[in-house]
Design a protein around this ligand. Structure first.
Ligand code: ADP
Ligand code: MG
Length: 253
């Protein structure tokens, strides 16, 4: 059985892409067959995993707008079990182009159904908005992982996000669950980080992952080399914590 997980938070810079790439890479390293789906027009997951956008033949835009078969958009990565449906800048038009189309919210879901049997996990890296691309992602998913940066204002905007999740549950995808809440970019030297952890745990309780992602320079360097942390520096703290997260995700199966 394939599990589809959307990595979502409408705030930018909270670690969605870092989590998508590295959780995907770690699950694949643990033997799972993983498909990453980049649905952010910025395409950071695409370049971060080492795919040159200029070489992309079909991307997620072609899949959801032009009815290209998702199999024809799947690209290989440096990790054998890890595949990717890339995003390029043409996806930026999709928010507007989808508005007048029929079944606009379920396009991604319908497409991914065609390739689900090939994978154990599909991980969708969402854009920093609650627009139609995120709605498509939530509709296509079994669950969501919400990364929260351990900074002041961490909880700001979360009620909007949870409201969107509830609306999707009510109207489009009754099975959608919260997979987990992931605390990211913790600076252990500050008290602020500890306060944020407490606040988030009070709010989300057992949904918060035991694994907390610290700030780690290697994690921020890896994308510019087009590598996941597993290929860039497998002995780093960043690799260790994302491996821990992957094990927690597998335990939740
Ligand atoms: P989002 O996809 O939510 O916008 P990113 O994953 O792109 O967020 O992260 C924002 C920036 O922070 C990127 O430059 C990324 O490399 C960096 N970053 C993410 N997680 C960490 C971390 N744990 N330690 C250090 N830098 C990080
Ligand atoms: Mg991103």
């Amino acid at each position: 059985m394939c599990k589809t997980i959307a990595i979502t938070n409408q705030k930018g810079g909270v670690g969605k892409t870092t989590t998508s790439v590295n959780l995907g890479a770690c699950l694949a390293t643990l033997g799972k067959r993983v498909l990453l789906v980049d649905i952010d027009p910025q395409g950071n997951t695409t370049s971060g995993i080492g795919i040159n956008k200029a070489d992309v033949n079909h991307d997620i835009y072609d899949v959801i707008i032009n009815d290209v078969h998702p199999k024809d958009a799947i690209a290989d990565t440096a990790i054998e079990n890890l595949k990717l449906i890339p995003a390029t800048i043409q996806l930026a038009g999709a928010e507007i182009e989808l508005v007048p189309t029929i079944s606009r919210e379920v396009r991604l879901k319908k497409s991914l159904q065609l390739v689900k049997h090939m994978f154990d996990y599909i991980i969708i890296d969402c854009p920093p908005s609650l627009g139609i691309l995120t709605i498509n992602s939530l509709t296509a998913s079994d669950s969501v992982i919400i990364p929260i940066q351990c900074e002041y204002y961490a909880l700001e905007g979360l009620s909007q996000l949870l409201n969107t999740v509830r609306l999707v549950q009510k109207h489009l995808n009754t099975n959608l669950q919260i997979e987990g809440v992931l605390l990211t970019m913790l600076d252990a030297r500050t008290n602020l980080g500890i306060q944020v952890i407490e606040e988030v745990k009070k709010y989300f309780q057992e949904k918060v992952y035991q694994t907390i992602i610290p700030r780690n320079v290697r994690l921020s360097e890896a994308p510019s080399h087009g590598k996941s942390i597993i290929n860039y520096d497998p002995k780093s703290k960043g690799a260790e914590v994302y491996m821990d997260l992957a094990k927690e995700v597998i335990m939740n199966e």
